[in-house]
Design a binder for this molecule. Structure first.
Ligand SMILES: [Fe+2]
Ligand SMILES: [Fe+2]
Length: 196
């Protein structure tokens, strides 16, 4: 009889511990939360992305045909370097070391942009259409990342960090709009009759 009771007790204990293991611990301390960990992980991802994008923008500007596109890419390269510094300030504000973690998405987008330059004629407007397409894909990745990071910073109570992330988000959106304007005002139509 005692043996049966012990077995039942063991079963109840196993079920109870299995249940608690599945549920994440809640902690009143944001610094030790899983959300903070996720937030910092995303920061490391975009830090890597910005550093590599900065180099890629130099290459794209050199490859561009039109002066307007080259100027837009050079301006955004300077902005990107400032965004890297801003990210370092964010790391400091949340008391974490600024470490870059490979961003597979940006790595792929940069490789795609290099492929577009290789596959298009030097000095052609068609190349500019391709560069704008590649650059906008990167901008959209950044817009999604900074939107999430800004919101998470607010959720975690990092108001100052959220403001910095919001400044970058605004720059990324502005760049995306500028690229659309360039494509729609002259570049797309200029490429329309170019020979393949
Ligand atoms: Fe950026
Ligand atoms: Fe950007």
């Amino acid at each position: 009889m005692l043996c049966v009771e012990l077995l039942q007790l063991k079963e109840i204990y196993t079920m109870a511990t299995a249940k608690t293991k599945k549920q994440p611990e809640t902690t009143p301390n944001v610094e030790e939360s899983a959300l903070k960990e996720l937030f910092v992980d995303e920061l490391k991802d975009i830090y890597w992305a910005e550093k590599h994008l900065s180099k890629a923008l130099v290459k794209l500007a050199k490859a561009a045909t039109s002066d307007e596109l080259r100027a837009a890419l050079e301006t955004h390269k300077a902005e990107t370097d400032n965004q890297i510094t801003r990210l370092e300030q964010v790391f400091e504000l949340v008391e974490e070391k600024a470490v870059a973690k490979k961003c597979d998405a940006m790595d792929g987008l940069i490789k795609e942009s290099e492929g577009i330059v290789e596959d298009t004629e030097d000095g052609s407007i068609t190349r500019d259409v391709g560069i704008i397409s590649a650059a906008q894909k990167s901008e959209h990745y950044e817009i999604a990342s900074y939107g999430t990071l800004r919101t998470l910073a607010n959720t975690l109570g990092y108001t100052e960090a959220a403001q910095l992330l919001d400044e970058t988000l605004a720059e990324e959106k502005k760049t995306d709009e500028l690229l659309t304007q360039l494509a729609e005002s002259s570049i797309n139509s200029g490429a329309k009759t170019e020979k393949a």
